[in-house]
Design a protein around this ligand. Sequence first.
Ligand code: AMP
Length: 210
Amino acid sequence: MTIFTRFLLLVLVAGALSCAGESGDSSPRQFVMLGPPGAGKGTQAREMRDQYGIPHISTGSILRAEVDRGTELGLEVKGIMERGELVADDIVLELVEARLREPDCAQGFILDGFPRTIEQADALGSILDRMDRGPVTAVSLTVPDLVLMERLLARKRADDTEETIRNRIRIYHEKTAPLIEYYERSGALIRIDGDQPIEDVFTEIRRKVG
Ligand code: AMP
């Protein structure tokens, strides 16, 4: 073997190894974003979508699209969403399961706005079991309530009136915040400081998620 052939072999082997390093772990990347309304879940989920090439699934956006289109489902959930209350589990679970079964979720997904309750988290676990998929990693963004109010009031979405916002934050603390401990207990929680500039939040996510 000439020195040149050896060199060539070395380069090929190194290339193959580095490719294996990048895609060697082919298990899907499955994330849920946790955090109060206004914590930046959507913003960071979109960054993660671009970084990891997996879909961003926002149950709030799916439901808002139904309301905008004036579908039967949209008419059913409109008032609930305007009051900042939670839409019934059976409706949300059916939407989520159908979405997770779409082919683009084969390599993973980022759920944003779901699960919202312990019951929904248990149901997500059952859906993934039925689909023969592994567990999720929960990315928890923490932001103080006062900062949330300021951010949400500046956002001015149809369901972002001051009263609705207060209601959504209250429901978050009552029903959704317990999910932090839920995922922590199974070792699936990654805590991120959401009260810093968007790029810094994402840098922290990449550092901790890999
Ligand atoms: P979001 O955009 O995630 O803040 O959601 C907007 C609204 O959609 C919420 O205030 C709820 O009324 C409804 N919604 C979104 N996701 C869920 C869910 N997982 N369970 C129940 N209601 C939801």
